[in-house]
Design a protein. Structure first.
Length: 89
C-alpha cells in the first residue's frame, strides 16, 4: 500500500489554510500516517518543500501570505525533526 499524503486543505482560502496550519493535528497528520512509519529527515524535508511549492503556486495568495504559510511550514519541520521518534530514511 502506498502511503498517501492526507488532504492538505490546499484548496482552502488563506484564512482556512492558516487556521489549519496553526493546529497541531494538521502537522501530526502531515508527518505521521498510519500506513507507514514516520518519515526520516530527508523525506520530511521533501514533503515540506513540496508543500511550499504548492503554496507558491497559489495565485490567490499575496507574497506576504505565502511567506507566512511557508514560515509555519519551516517551524513545523523543525518541530517534527526535534521529536524523539524512530524514523525511516
Amino acid at each position: 500500500m502506498e502511503c498517501a499524503i492526507p488532504d492538505l486543505q490546499l484548496d482552502e482560502g488563506y484564512d482556512g489554510l492558516m487556521e489549519a496550519f496553526r493546529t497541531q493535528n494538521y502537522w501530526v497528520k502531515f508527518f505521521m500516517r498510519p500506513c507507514c512509519p514516520p518519515p526520516g529527515e530527508s523525506t520530511a524535508r521533501n514533503l515540506i518543500d513540496h508543500l511550499k511549492a504548492d503554496i507558491d503556486a497559489r495565485d490567490d495568495f499575496s507574497e506576504g501570505e505565502k511567506d507566512a504559510l511557508k514560515a509555519i511550514a519551516d517551524e513545523r519541520l523543525a518541530w517534527y525533526l526535534a521529536l524523539p521518534l524512530r524514523r525511516t530514511a
